[in-house]
Design a protein around this ligand. Sequence first.
Ligand code: A3P
Length: 275
Amino acid sequence: MKAGEKKKRHPTAIILGVKKAGTRALLDILRMHPNVVGATKEIYFFNGHYHKGLEWYREQMPLSLPGQITIEKSPTYFTSTHNVATVERMYRFSKVISGEIKLLVVVRDPTERALSDYTDTKMRLKRHEGVEMEPIETYVLNKVRNAVENTSSIVKTGIYSLYMEKWAQYFTKEQLHFVSGEALVYRTFEEITLVEKFLNLTPYFTRKHFYFNKRKRFPCFIPNPDKSKKHFCLPANKGRKHTTISNITKELLRAFYRPHNEYFYQICGKNFKWP
Ligand code: A3P
């Protein structure tokens, strides 16, 4: 890393999503790399604050040195493709920063993602508004048609191919990297090594940066394993026990997603082997 002026710079890497697939884990791991700085808050510039302009966007970023990559994550970018504005805006932004943008998408078995999304919303509503949600079936099944309700956002977010078509129109294969949400949990080191390569980072991570926390049943992180035993885990709302779902509903969701998953594997060139 070159010595030089510490200042705020626009991101050159963006985690587009997907919500509840492991976006926080990816960001927090990458921020341990000495050549990466990342905005801790979710920014939602391209699909929420765009009118505030590029200077505002830069202001949201942490200070960085020349040679360091600035990264941000806003988990709903990936699915904000309805009027392609988000994608187009990001494309135009990539030209402003001379086309150097790299996009990361964490994807996870869409059935598990839907369960995670439902569990998250249920907990939030209960805590903040004292509202009790109906069972998951109410939101993901259409009782009249006895089929999966594909207009429900809990379901639709997992149809990754739907959104991918739009991103692929604007960005090249070399600019998009897909991270397996499952591998991020069970083969963290291997998965993060692929991300390091994609971002052209100097190899930094070793297995010593990760350990499996038996109590949390998820990996936790050791930022400086050779210097200190200090470690951290993601907060309790990440890696939570999901609410129960009947086998019938789960199988309906799996059957619904299967053809979409197959198409997604084709477009992104990677088979995630979701059941
Ligand atoms: P669950 O809580 O449903 O298990 P996001 O950060 O995009 O909201 O994703 C949350 C998901 O990240 C969690 O969903 C969990 O499965 C996954 N995850 C990946 N690595 C993790 C880690 N090291 N600690 C906790 N959760 C992790």
